[in-house]
Write a new protein. Structure first.
Length: 206
């Protein structure tokens, strides 16, 4: 396998391009991360350096057949390890990057989630779980994405500038049930997190 591009050599696909590539794929997949926030909002609110798509880890062998012409690398602790055809990523790795050797760039980051085709399980804390049907929504174009309260739980660990921007953009759109779920999940996973008070506050009317 050729040498991997630099870790910042991204030329990510759009969610629509991934949807077209995965037409007919039986593996449940959904856009995660910042792009999921924008799909929920129905508009792009900021630049996205990459594209993250999540699948159940057990379905990786079937999922990878849709990317047979690309090189795959498992990401772990800042390093990248090739995943040869027929191999699976090391158990410690929860992400697989898709490399397009024709342009020497990364196209997609695949999250390998601990749940299955019926149940979503948070990779942050496996005590946090929900029916997959309640976790995934569809855009008007049929692109599946992770609902914002679940995205925000994942983002809460780092609270980078882009995470704070995503919270500010999407929080006013969360209903009471979404806010309640997120506040409870944050209290379980990150008990002292400053977002808890913000999420739990009643949205302003008018």
């Amino acid at each position: 396998m050729p040498e991997a591009p630099a870790v910042d050599a991204w030329d990510a696909w759009s969610p629509a391009e991934v949807q077209a590539r995965l037409t007919g794929c039986p593996v449940p997949w959904f856009v995660a991360g910042g792009w999921a926030i924008d799909l929920h909002l129905g508009r792009q609110t900021r630049e996205h350096s990459d594209l993250e798509v999540a699948i159940p880890r057990a379905d990786f062998p079937q999922f990878r057949t849709y990317f047979a012409e690309f090189d795959l690398y498992a990401a772990y602790e800042g390093g990248l390890t090739p995943v040869a055809p027929g191999e699976e990523p090391r158990s410690e790795s929860h992400q697989v990057w898709v490399c397009d050797r024709t342009v020497a760039a990364w196209r997609m980051d695949t999250f390998l989630e601990p749940g299955d085709r019926l149940t979503w399980v948070s990779h942050r804390d496996e005590r946090v779980r929900a029916p997959l049907a309640d976790v995934v929504a569809l855009t008007s174009a049929g692109i599946p994405y992770l609902r914002p309260q679940f995205v925000l739980l994942g983002k809460a660990k780092h609270t980078r500038d882009k995470d704070e921007a995503d919270l500010a953009a999407v929080l006013p759109t969360l209903d009471g049930a979404g806010r309640s779920w997120l506040a409870d999940a944050l209290a379980l996973v990150h008990p002292e997190h400053p977002w808890i008070a913000r999420v739990g506050a009643a949205p302003r009317s008018g």
